[in-house]
Design a protein around this ligand. Structure first.
Ligand code: G6P
Length: 607
């Protein structure tokens, strides 16, 4: 969602804030703004659209000042324009905000009745006015912030600056993350450690309900009752990553190409290749004694979880309930202590996934989570974490995080299978060997780029695409459709091939490409029958299969993308790549903003 930065520094802070915002732009890019205290006065520059517009504004009219706050926005309340861009001001108070103030309408009515005039359509502006009203009533800035926080409902992170105090920013967290960075006679606030990486890697993460008074030489953290609390200071890992595109046109392209390497790192973390075993490391629950595994996640992470259901059930004979987290959190599923709970999240901050985790925790379940950001809230609230070693993922559409999630889940499924006595030592050795081959096959698939680009040129001409698959290729069909619509804005749907005749077959005509994901696996023949049904109705088929599949598919296709023959277990990992590449090249042909597609954000910390 939105990104927040604050600096109490000892040199002009606006350029530094802009630098940090660039690292946070993946969180939102509808509009952006910076405010500083310049010659004793609050000043701000705001701009609609991408950060380059704000950068231009700051070049035209630079901001001075050694203290400041900045924001990159993903709109929730109010259209993305300059008036709604943060920071918001009210009588000497400046505020940036991430999240949603749920009781904002009630607060706005109350403040309007008190004579406060709203200049934006945002929920944030109520916070600025509330703080200003507290000051007008005689509160000190710190009291004003604290009293205001007590009135707010919802999930939010805030940074507040006061005209009369050039040595203080108040930060607060209730839901979305906020970190304090410690410098030499300077302090920082940021939505994540990556934003603060150029300044410091000494970080204190605020907990939910914390608020902090951040000054150049001190930081004090309080709970909502105003009691001082201690939060440990830690060295942030991963902040030294250089976040750039290298020789690639887009982060997404770079991240697709990094997959052989990061899948390999991730698998090596969980598997003992030489010994042919899944490694034993700390587990939140015992695979041998649980009778179900509950998995919840959002977006692409949910689809990784859905693929793993096939693996856990097939290899480990462990039943899996898999849910979209935004549904799971409210559907009042009865929890049994004999279940394990697992959450999958690249960012580790997705609000719905976090709420689902807390629901399971309140039911006494032990929690494991698969996260890419090890210092994230989901990681910190889990009994054990299973990191994906994908490195920072910047492209909004998830690629390498997905295949790393699959790598972790497959490794855990093998371990569960062993511990539940569902496979022999020989079986385990075979499965581990098969997984070890995934990076090599992934590299081979990257070489199909020219053919995939040719298919993408065709896809860029159409408005609707259907993806079909069975077994683990069914979630992959959904992932293919998700990727395509996210970045190319072409409408796409992923369906279980067997469901075709129950509805989507009505859509089939010569203008509708149907992408069929069908490795030559246990259900291949069934999928071929479904392809026949498409072909009989004039549908244009793009088949993604392997050498055996290409030989045995008896259907005329518009194009067949032939992958190497790979073991069934690793097919979803390997087949993810052509699916991603197809979406990527199509988006490039469509001329969309691949890394920052419209309306989307990388880390979704609101409901
Ligand atoms: C957003 C991103 C997706 C991601 C989903 C879940 O929608 O654009 O790429 O899959 O959130 O995010 P998480 O960080 O929990 O994996």
């Amino acid at each position: 969602m939105c990104g927040i930065v604050g600096i109490v520094g000892h040199s002009p802070v606006a350029p530094l804030i802009l630098d940090a915002l660039k690292r946070l732009e993946y969180r939102g890019y509808d509009s952006a703004g910076v405010a500083t205290i310049e010659h004793g006065q609050l000043s701000r520059r705001r701009a609609e659209g991408k950060l380059v517009n704000l950068e231009r504004r700051l070049k035209e009219e630079p901001l001075d000042g050694m203290i400041g706050i900045g924001h990159t926005r993903w709109a929730t309340h109010g259209v993305p324009n300059e008036t709604n861009a943060h920071p918001h001001f009210s009588d000497g108070v400046a505020i940036v905000h991430n999240g949603i103030i749920e009781n904002f309408a009630e607060l706005r009515d109350e403040l309007t009745a008190d004579g406060y005039v709203f200049t934006s359509q945002t929920d944030t502006e109520v916070v600025a006015h509330l703080v200003a009203r507290e000051l007008a009533r005689g509160a000190t800035p710190v009291e004003a912030a604290h009293n205001t926080l007590k009135r707010l409902e919802g999930a939010f992170a805030l940074a507040i600056m006061f005209k009369g105090d050039e040595d203080m920013i108040v930060g607060a967290r209730n839901g979305p993350p906020l970190a304090v960075g410690h410098g030499e006679s300077e302090m920082f606030l940021g939505s994540d450690a990556i934003a603060l990486a150029p300044f410091t890697n000494s970080i204190t993460y605020l907990e939910d309900g914390d608020w902090a008074v951040v000054r150049r030489n001190s930081i004090a953290i309080y709970d909502m009752d105003g009691n001082k609390v201690h939060r440990k200071r830690q060295q942030s890992v991963g902040t030294s990553f250089l976040v750039d595109k290298g020789n690639h046109r887009h982060f997404m392209e770079k991240e697709i190409h990094e997959q052989p390497e990061v899948i390999s790192h991730t698998l090596a973390h969980y598997l003992d290749f030489a010994g042919g075993k899944a490694k034993a490391f700390e587990m939140p629950f015992d695979f041998a004694s649980i009778d179900r595994l509950s998995i919840a996640a959002c977006g692409t992470a949910y689809l990784a979880g859905l693929i793993s259901k096939y693996w856990f059930e097939r290899y480990a004979r462990l039943p899996v309930d898999i849910d979209i987290a935004s549904e799971f959190r409210y559907r009042e599923m009865p929890l049994s202590k004999s279940s394990g709970a697992m959450f999958v999240s690249q960012s580790g901050e997705t609000a719905d996934t976090l709420a689902s985790l807390r629901y399971c925790r309140s039911g006494g379940l032990k929690i494991g989570s698969i996260v890419n950001v090890r210092e994230s809230t989901i990681a910190r609230e889990s009994d054990a974490i299973f990191p994906t070693l994908a490195g920072p993922e910047i492209g909004v559409a998830s690629t390498k995080a997905f295949t790393c999630q699959l790598s972790v889940l497959a490794s855990l499924a093998v371990r569960a299978a062993r511990e539940r006595g569902a496979i022999s030592a020989d079986d385990e050795r075979t499965l581990v060997r098969q997984l070890s081959e995934a990076p090599r096959y992934a590299s081979q698939v990257l070489k199909l780029d020219q053919q995939i680009e040719k298919v993408a040129r065709e896809l860029a001409q159409v408005r609707h695409v259907l993806y079909l698959g069975r077994d683990t290729s069914y979630p992959l069909a959904m992932e293919g459709a998700l990727k395509l619509k996210e970045i190319s804005y072409i409408h796409a749907e992923g369906y279980a091939a067997g469901e075709l005749k129950h509805g989507p077959i009505a859509l089939i005509d010569e203008s509708m490409p149907v992408i069929v994901i069908a490795p030559h696996d246990r259900v291949f023949e069934k999928t071929v029958s479904n392809m026949q049904e498409v072909a009989a109705r004039g549908g244009r088929i793009i088949l993604v299969t392997d050498q055996k599949g290409a030989k045995h598919a008896t259907v005329k296709t518009m194009e067949t993308i032939v992958l190497p023959d790979v073991p069934e277990l690793i097919a979803p990992i390997v087949y993810a790549l052509p699916i991603q590449m197809l979406a990527y090249f199509t988006a490039v042909f469509m001329g969309t903003d691949v890394d920052q597609p419209r309306n989307l954000a990388k880390s979704v910390t609101v409901e």
